[in-house]
Write a protein that binds this ligand. Structure first.
Ligand SMILES: Cc1ncc(COP(=O)(O)O)c(C=O)c1O
Length: 494
């Protein structure tokens, strides 16, 4: 018997747990701080965890998955090969090849073509700023629907006099729903909007995965149907592609007909339905910094708004830099060209999404009210359900209290994305308006933490849940009437 046949006599490796598909190359030791020191610091920064010094975080920093705090050795090597030439640096051409390879030929035209359609910015939000500043000039009374606008997308749309409308799937808030695609756009609502607001919708947006909507994926069927409906009504479709690879993996895993397709092909199919997309490479680009706005060559957007490519180029030059580097240094562009290749590797995505899923499912098994099924990049705790039966009401901003106590007592940082972040205060009538959703988000940075780290967060959360009666409400001491108030406000315990 050959050795290969002998090996087959043992249980298949797929039945055992896998080790990570990468190993540590260098590590950084944390500094040690006590709960008292962290509590004192949190008081100094008005209980706003965004202002808490990251060096004092002794546990896991799950504030955001943005900025990919760990890069691969290949990326660090390419970073050293960065070319900082003012025009047409080395990385620009590598990026062009990689974008075509990953998203499709039609999203990055040759510079010689005189049809600019790839606009490099320093991160995701300046892409949104450029797009919506120019769209805002097209008229008044416009509406841009989305399956769930991210906060900066909403802010950039509204800053330009356009209404940002969320068309969440009705399954999103239903804890009994076992749908794997709770991130979908509600098609009926979209249809009604198209009929009611004919001529008022300059474009439609789909965010994949739906960060505001529990990090839930969007099915290929939904992308296709939204695209067809939009196109039938002369409306171009844009994707917010920050987590495109995770969305593709979840389609492969859960959508009928995709199990045997390659991630690469699923990604291409998703983007074939779009007329353009914005992307922050700080997520699935696996880099610290970078963003881009792409228009499909000959897509509905450029046909409908032929002035846009030149207007965007002018805007980019004025605000960021020469179109071949935009808002980025050459070395950052080099790391993106590598990161995009890594992010669509099956073994990377399988580990990444399973890690987040196991983290969330363990919390669920411990009775913590997290949104299920678990999405691609984060675990979302339902704050209303967490505080059910206690004195905490929506206007007490329990999510803020919870994140402050988790950080002070156990050294883990998470983020309130609910009544405070997405709510608003009306100065005229002194009333708060609350969003449909009320979450604390535990975003898992890519390639950074091990199971043991995340287990310690679960343990801490279980203890806090068992002692939730002890968690006091907060009062807003500064900034409740400000836009994007969660980044700026200060609080104290009542
Ligand atoms: C869905 C989504 N869109 C847009 C952005 C904005 O990207 P950036 O942080 O690079 O400005 C983010 C950032 O977290 C996001 O999650």
């Amino acid at each position: 018997m050959g050795f290969a046949q002998l090996v087959k006599k043992f249980p298949e490796e797929g039945n055992l747990s896998f080790s990570r598909p990468y190993f540590n190359h260098s590590v950084e030791f944390k500094k040690i701080f006590t709960p008292e020191e962290r509590a004192e610091m949190l008081e100094r920064v008005g209980l706003n965890v965004f202002f808490f010094p990251s060096e004092m975080i002794t546990g896991c920093d799950l504030l955001s998955d943005s900025g990919t705090t760990t890069m691969t050795n290949e990326q660090w090597a390419y970073l050293h090969m960065g070319d900082e030439a003012y025009g047409s640096n080395r990385g620009y051409f590598l990026l062009m090849d990689q974008i075509r390879e990953v998203f499709g030929e039609e999203f990055f035209n040759d510079p010689e073509s005189n049809r600019p359609n790839a606009f490099i910015f320093h991160q995701g939000r300046p892409c949104e700023d450029a797009l919506f500043t120019l769209m805002g000039k097209l008229g008044s009374g416009m509406i841009i629907p989305n399956n769930g606008h991210f906060d900066t997308t909403r802010a950039n749309i509204e800053a330009n006099g356009i209404r940002a409308l969320n068309l969440f799937s009705s399954e999103l808030k239903d804890p009994d729903s076992v749908s794997h695609f709770k991130g979908n756009m509600d098609l009926m609502k979209f249809k009604e909007l198209l009929e009611k607001s004919r001529g008022k919708i300059p474009l439609a947006y789909l965010t994949i995965t739906n960060n505001t909507g529990g990090g839930q994926p969007v099915s290929m069927e939904n992308i296709r149907e939204v695209s067809e409906l939009a196109h039938k009504n002369g409306v171009p479709l844009f994707l917010d592609g920050c987590r495109f690879a995770e969305n593709a993996w979840l389609i492969k895993k859960y959508e009928k007909g995709y199990a045997n397709r390659k991630i690469k092909d699923i990604v291409k199919e998703m983007f074939s339905h779009a007329d353009g997309f914005t992307i922050s490479f700080k997520k699935d680009g696996l880099v610290n910094m970078g963003g881009d706005l792409f228009l499909k060559d000959n897509g509905l957007f450029v046909k409908k708004y032929p002035q846009m490519p030149d207007a965007l180029t002018d805007y980019q030059i004025i605000k960021e830099g020469n179109p071949t580097y935009g808002g980025l240094s050459g070395r950052d562009i080099m790391t993106i060209s590598v990161g995009l290749g890594t992010t669509i590797r099956e073994e990377y995505l399988t580990h990444r999404i399973n890690q987040v899923r196991d983290f969330g499912e363990s919390m669920h098994r411990k009775g913590l009210p997290v949104m299920t099924p678990i999405g691609g990049h984060a675990v979302y705790l339902d704050v209303d359900r967490f505080f059910e039966g206690t004195k905490i009401r929506k206007e007490d901003f329990g999510g803020i209290s919870l994140t402050a106590i988790l950080l002070a007592a156990y050294g883990h940082r998470a983020c309130e994305l609910g009544c405070f972040a997405f709510g608003s205060y009306d100065r005229e009538n002194g009333k708060e308006t609350f969003p449909e959703i009320n979450f604390v988000r535990f975003a898992v940075p890519r390639l950074r933490y091990e199971k043991q780290d995340l287990d310690s967060v679960i343990e801490a959360m279980k203890v806090l849940y068992e002692n939730r009666e002890q968690i006091p409400p907060v009062r807003v001491t500064y900034g409740k009437d400000l836009a994007l108030r969660h980044f700026k406000a200060r609080f104290e315990f009542k």
